[in-house]
Structure formats: C-alpha cells, structure tokens
Design a binder for this molecule. Structure first.
Ligand code: ADP
Length: 680
C-alpha cells in the first residue's frame, strides 16, 4: 500500500485504441482506478458495446481496420481531441507497433506498454532469438543469421535436419510459417516463404528452426516496472490451437512442476532484463516431449489469454500495466507469487468448426450469457449486435476458475452449455467436444491435439431424441403463445370438427434435417401454463402423452416416462412472411430451428367439445357440475371482466366430462374451462 503523496505521473483519461472485449476489459479496470476512458470506433462500430461502455467516444475512420483501428495518426489525433493523457493499445491492431509507442512519446502521451525500441527488437523473431541466446535462454536449434541467400539457407537446413520449419522473421499470429518434411521440398519452400513474407509483412528475412514433434506451447507472463524490478507470474499452456491460433488455454500446465516453472520463469525474467523490458509481456516457449523448452518469441503486450493468470495469481494485469506506465513500482515481489487456483479459458468464436472454422457472421438475435459460479466472461458483444466480417470474430472469452483442473473443466462445460446463442454459428459445441476428450482430461495435450483427435475434421453430433424434443418445445411454446393471445373464439366449435381425427403437424428444419411433430392438445387438465399433449411418431401411430409447463420463455417438458426436461425457447422477431428462426436450448444441447411461415390458427388442435375462456376474468357463477347432461347453447359458466358478464355455453348436446374451474377462480384468456362430450 502506498500512502505517500504520489511522485509519479498520473493518468486521468485513458484512450483505448481497440474494440470488443479487450477494450471493455481494459476500461473496467481503468474505471475501478478512477480513470476516465475514451473509446475509439470505426463507422461499423458506432453502436458497439465498447463505445457504450466508455465515458467518451470518438469516431476514427471507416469500417476496415486499415482505415481506422490500424491508423497511428488517427489514434494520436483522437487522443489529442479528447484530451486523453494515455493510450492503451490492447492486443492485436497497433499493440506491437513501435510507431504508435514512438508517436506517443513524441506527443507526450503516456503509452501503456514497453518502450518503442523493445517492441522493435522483439518484433523481429530473428533479433529476439539472438537476444534470447545472449541472455542464456535456450532457443530452438536453427539458423537466425544475416546471410539469406539460398545456398547458405540450404546448407544451414541440412545441418538442422528435417522436418524443419521456415519462419518469417516479421511473422506473427501463426502466419508466415512453413513446414518442410524433406530436403527435396526445401528450395521451393524457401522461394515461396520469401515471397509470402514480403507480401504479408513487407520484409523477406527468414529463419530456420528444427521442427519439434508434438510440443506444448507454454508461455510465461512477466511484469517489469521502470525501476528494474521484474517478476514472472507463472505459465499458461496454450497447446490447443487451430491454424496455429490458440482456442483453449490453461494455467498451471499439467506438464510444468514447481522446478520447471522456476527455471522457465527465471529465463523469461533474464530475457526481459536483457532487453530492458518495461510493462507486461509474455515470453513464449515450446516444451518438447522430453521436458526441454525453447524460446519462441516475446509478445510485447497484453495477451488475449491474460485472464487465466489473473485468476490463478489474484492479480489484475491491466491495473499493473497502468501503474507501471505511471512510473509506480510493482506491488508484488516474486516471493509472493504462487499459483492459488486452476484456470481455463475458452475462446468462443463466431465460426463454423464443421466447415474448417470459417468465420460466421450475422445478427446475434439471441445472446444470453451463463451465470455460472466461478466463471468470468469477457465479452464485447450484446444481443442484436451485428457480427461483421471486418474484425476478429471472437464473441467472448469464457474463463473458469476452480480448485482443481477437473472441477474447473466441469465449470467450464456447465458455462459453455448454458450460453444461448442464435444468429451466427459458433465453435461452442466444438470446445465442449475438446474438453470431453479423454486425452484432454488426462492432460495429454500438444499443439497437434486437434488434428490428432479430429483427423477427419469435426462434425456436430445431432442427438435425434434431443432434436425431437427441441421441436416439441418449440411447438408447445407456440401453442401456448397463441392460446394466450386469443381473446375471441366465436367459430371455435365449427373450426376443429372437420380435423378431429388428424393430429396437427409442425415441421422444422435443423441444418439439413427435417423434424416433424404430430400432436394434439388433450382437452383435459390444461391451462395455457400447463398443457397436455398427445404426440405421435406418425399421423396414424399410437400417441404418447407429454406435458408442458410454460412460463415466459421456459418450457418444462415432461416426457411419458416422467422425466422433466427444461428448455428455453426464443423466436426471432422478423417479417411474418420470412422463414422463422427459433432458438431452442437446454442444458445438453442448443438448436436453431427454422420453419416456413404459418398462417392458420391451430384451432383444430384443441379437443372437440372444449369451452375456451374468451377473455381473462373471474368465474362469477358455475351453473353445472361434472357429469351433468347439457344441451347445445346451455349456459355452463358466467365470467366477469371489466364489469361485463360473459356466458360460456355448451358447444354441443352431451355430458360435462371435465370442469376445470369453480366459482371465484381467476382465469386467463385461452384456457379450457370445461369439456362437453357429445352425446351419441
Ligand atoms: P507466431 O508469431 O506466428 O505466433 P510462433 O513462433 O509464436 O509464431 O509460433 C506459433 C506456433 O507455431 C507455436 O505455438 C507452435 O505451435 C508452432 N511452432 C513454432 N515454432 C515451432 C517449432 N520450431 N517446432 C514446432 N512447432 C513450432
């Protein structure tokens, strides 16, 4: 605790040069520290969540990031315009752009990150690798020299052996890497890698590295203040990757014990000291099957997966970053850094894992976050937001914490399953599948986990019984809606007689599959909240009895075997002539069903002889008893509403077989009050 008047510079207004979840996450800590926040936004983001969250916001350009979030000068201009005294770049975009750090220094804005020189040095893999070597940190055996001619590279490659990896020195985000299995492929691979790197990064310097088989990706979080104090906050394992990009991260790693943590941590600290690092950074390593680790690169910014470190070590890394930027010394020393929990992060993307993880866009017309104990969700989207093609399609980071890896895994699964999402495809079910793999549970992870365990790619496993239940839940929800909406049923009696023997049918589409529901409402024992149905496998099959209790968007289905299944049903409000989308969700599954528009009221689905309440009101008088013989038109009940009396009459000659209400009872519109069975 510092109770001295501060000698350091202060940050009063922070501009966050980013969008989405990370912008919000940074602002959250800034607000806690009493710092005002400024959001920047492109034309596509005027209504985005991060803009709503900030104290102020400023438009910085057109939708493509090259015309907005990636323009240094626009960011500096925005800071000047809004009177911001500091800029936090988040991750991605300009976070590892030395130009922004330099421009900040030139304009006396505090840059929340390391010095520009360090960003430059660590940004070039070749330079970083050489500095790591000088600091005594093990690096992957390979070549990172000046000479770049083919003859030299080929000679070096032969020394390293095959398979080997060609990397673009300026590469990042998994791009610019090429695996060479055999010497015969080398010449061509070099030519291609060079031109690819030139095109992507404007620099064609290459690196050669031995290809480590089945490694784990282990990275060390470090914090360095401006007074020379450097500490590490343990490791994160990020081996579960698709296209060299992380999707599931954990801390601590199952492969790292206290001794290894200490050695890797000490190396990360040594490297940070060697380059004069200041602020938060990450030193990435790969760990081979024998327990040897090698430096990969250093990320000079906050990482996407930083929250798991926060959960395990009880620190707020953004707070530490801001304090360091203000010139304050670190609040913690290495001796107090101990892993106190287990944490897991899953990245929920708008993408289709069944189609090679292609991004999916659309309007998130249903977006409900789970409220699961021990789970933190960092999200940058809200319901009805448009997930556009302009930016990274990550919807949220789900961060679970627990006392053990297994308990954390179960919490994560519970949270993932509770998300209700419609409007875009997501990788949610894929993440669940990964977390259910025995190899993952056993801690047997490596960077090829996905291709090893899903060699044919991934396909959603549709559980037919659950899909059928989803269709039932959707159907019953809608029957309930219609019953509640109906106020007058003058022609009810005539309406359903013709179709009495044919069950009603609803047809939905789930992906490419058709789901049909044949059902009939059973006249006995139902109000709009408590419905009873006969469900048929086919129109002429023997029916099975289901019950549904409906409240709001919750449909509790009770199957014939007495099991209750809770579903949540949401319809997309769209033009009535458009195909309708229905999000149907339960703890074990989530479906988005579509259906052609419907027009008719299903009056035929109500049992013949039912007397339905035409309005909400009170039963003023009950004139018959169950078992009474009545004639068509005879008054059975008198309802009262708004001081008006309404007679409920027998639809047919017959016997009152069921009477659901009695005098004084309050009834809702659309419920069945009585059933008269026709006399034969
Ligand atoms: P980038 O900067 O593009 O993210 P990295 O050097 O950090 O590239 O590597 C990204 C991923 O590529 C690592 O997490 C690992 O899965 C794989 N990788 C990198 N170097 C090697 C290597 N020498 N052997 C095996 N896999 C590697």
């Amino acid at each position: 605790m510092h109770n001295q008047p501060s000698a350091h510079k202060s940050i009063r207004r922070l501009l966050v040069a980013n969008r989405g979840e990370i912008a919000i996450r940074i602002m959250r800590t800034a607000h806690q520290m009493g710092i005002e926040t400024v959001a920047v936004y492109s034309s596509a983001d005027a209504n985005a969540a991060h803009v709503a969250y900030a104290d102020r916001a400023i438009h910085i350009g057109d939708a493509p990031s090259e015309a907005s979030y990636l323009l240094n000068k626009n960011i500096i201009w925005a800071a000047k315009q809004t009177g911001a005294d500091a800029i936090h770049p988040g991750y991605g975009f300009l976070s590892e752009n030395a130009g922004l750090a330099r421009a900040c220094t030139d304009t006396e804005i505090c840059f929340v990150g390391p010095p520009a020189r360090v960003i430059d040095e660590m940004g070039a893999k070749k330079v970083a690798k050489n500095i790591a070597q000088e600091a005594g940190v093990p690096v992957v055996p390979g070549y990172s020299g000046e000479a770049q001619d083919d003859a030299r590279l080929i000679e070096e490659a032969k020394k390293i052996g095959f398979p080997l990896l060609i990397k673009a020195s300026a590469g990042g985000g998994g791009r610019g890497m090429r695996l060479v299995q055999h010497e015969s492929e080398l010449q061509e691979a070099l030519t291609e890698a060079r031109s690819e790197s030139q095109r992507a990064f404007g620099n064609d310097t290459l690196l050669l590295e031995r290809y480590i088989e089945q490694p784990r990706h282990i990275e060390i979080q470090i914090l360095a203040d401006a007074h020379g104090n450097v500490i590490h906050l343990g490791e994160r394992e990020c081996s579960i990757q698709r296209r060299y990009q992380k999707i599931l991260e954990e801390s601590p790693s199952t492969a790292v014990d206290a001794d290894l943590r200490e050695r890797m941590g000490a190396d990360a600290v040594a490297l940070a000291k060697k380059v004069g690092y200041v602020n938060a950074g990450t030193v990435e390593f790969i760990l081979d099957q024998e327990g040897n680790y090698y430096f990969l690169e250093m990320n000079t910014r906050l990482q996407v997966e930083h929250p798991i470190t926060e959960e395990v070590y009880g620190v707020d890394l953004v707070r530490a970053q801001l304090q360091i930027a203000m010139g304050m010394p670190l609040e913690i020393t290495q001796a107090y850094v101990e892993p106190m929990a287990f944490a897991l992060e899953a990245r929920l993307y708008a993408e289709d894992p069944a189609n090679d993880f292609m991004p999916s866009n659309g309007t998130l017309w249903r977006w409900k976050l789970p409220e699961t104990e021990g789970v933190r969700i960092d999200s940058g989207v809200r319901e009805n937001d448009v997930v556009s093609t302009y930016y990274d399609p990550m919807l949220a980071k789900v961060i679970a914490r627990g006392p053990t890896r297994e308990e954390t895994r179960l919490r994560m699964l519970r949270a993932l399953r509770a998300f209700e999402i419609a409007g875009v495809q997501t990788n949610r079910d894929f993440l669940i599948d990964v977390l259910e793999q025995p190899a993952w549970i056993a801690g047997d992870t490596h960077t090829h986990f996905i291709s090893t365990h899903f060699p044919e790619g991934w396909a959603p496993k549709i559980n037919d019984a659950l899909a059928h239940q989803a269709a039932l839940a959707a159907t019953f929800y809608e029957v309930h809606e219609r019953l509640c909406r109906r106020t007058h049923l003058p022609q009810l009696v005539g309406g359903f007689r013709n179709n009495f023997y044919a069950p009603a049918e609803e047809t939905f589409t789930l992906r490419d599959q058709e789901l049909s529901v044949f059902y009939r409402i059973r006249g006995r024992h139902f109000t709009p909240q408590h419905l009873a149905f006969d469900v048929y496998d086919a129109p002429t099959a023997t029916p099975t009895p289901w019950k549904a209790r409906i409240e709001g968007h919750t449909v509790e289905l009770t199957s014939p075997d007495g099991l209750m299944h809770r579903w949540s049903v949401h319809l997309r409000s769209s033009a009535s002539d458009a195909a309708q989308e229905i999000s149907v969700h339960t703890q074990d599954a989530a479906f988005v069903l579509t259906r052609a528009p419907r027009f008719a009221l299903p009056v035929e689905t109500i049992e013949e002889g039912s007397c339905v309440s035409p309005m909400s009101g009170t039963v003023l008088r009950q004139l018959v008893q169950e078992g009474d013989t009545v004639t068509a038109g005879q008054t059975l009940l008198v309802l009262e509403a708004m001081k008006m009396e309404h007679r409920v009459t027998a639809p047919t000659d017959g016997i009152v077989t069921t009477l659901h209400v009695q005098e004084g009872e309050v009834v809702e519109s659309g419920i069945v009050l009585a059933v008269v069975e026709r006399a034969h």
